[in-house]
Design a protein around this ligand. Structure first.
Ligand SMILES: C[S@@+](CC[C@H](N)C(=O)[O-])C[C@H]1O[C@@H](n2cnc3c(N)ncnc32)[C@H](O)[C@@H]1O
Length: 180
């Protein structure tokens, strides 16, 4: 891979940031819209703080299982500490690599991860698709144009955001458009 700087947002407080900013009701509404159901086996790939994993898991009870997967052991440790529950496992793995050890899933959820892979996102989708059961659902969720689509910004701020996104695209493998 040409770009491999690691995760752009890496830092000691990243798990806390992800925890605070995640709105459980929105995660649940989107997952229900996408067809999550009790009894399903779910993967939350790039699960971060585990808050999304916890709420997805609530929706597959009774009898469902959820595996939260993240490349960062710090995030997985945080998730185990704050968002463990019956039916949930947390695993450290890189979703660019084979994931046979995780088994197969009815519902795979990948939120705010592909945007970090301008180069590589198609390969990730190809890789994770292999782990869907026949008829399973793959949810790929990212912002549509990231911060480049706000209305009413001053020209100066808009120019700054465009420049910032260009730096992130050119130097950090970030894709502000992956959501579309
Ligand atoms: C912006 S956070 C999103 C967390 C969570 N999905 C959410 O919606 O709040 C992206 C997460 O993906 C993880 N990640 C990035 N690249 C990954 C990879 N190749 N394999 C597994 N996890 C990865 C990061 O460590 C980080 O915790």
């Amino acid at each position: 891979m040409k770009h491999d700087h690691g995760y752009l947002m890496e830092g000691d407080e990243e798990a806390l940031r992800l925890d605070i900013k995640t709105v459980a009701a929105l995660v649940e509404a989107q997952a229900l819209w996408a067809g999550i159901k009790p009894g399903m086996r779910v993967a939350d790939l790039g699960c971060g703080a585990g808050k999304t994993t916890f709420h997805l898991n609530r929706l597959v009870q009774p009898d469902g299982q959820t595996v939260g997967v993240d490349i960062a052991s710090q995030r997985v440790d945080y998730a185990k500490k704050h968002y463990s529950d019956e039916g949930i496992d947390y695993v450290v793995s890189d979703i660019r690599e084979p994931l046979d050890h995780l088994g197969r899933f009815d519902f795979i959820w990948v939120r705010f991860v592909l945007e970090y892979y301008l180069e590589g996102s198609f390969d990730i989708v190809k890789n994770i698709s292999q782990y869907l059961k026949p008829g399973g659902t793959l949810c790929l969720i990212d912002l549509d144009c990231n911060c480049l689509r706000n209305y009413g910004l001053s020209q100066r701020l808009e120019n700054t955001l465009v420049q910032l996104m260009n730096i992130m695209k050119n130097n950090f493998n970030f894709d502000p458009y992956v959501g579309i």
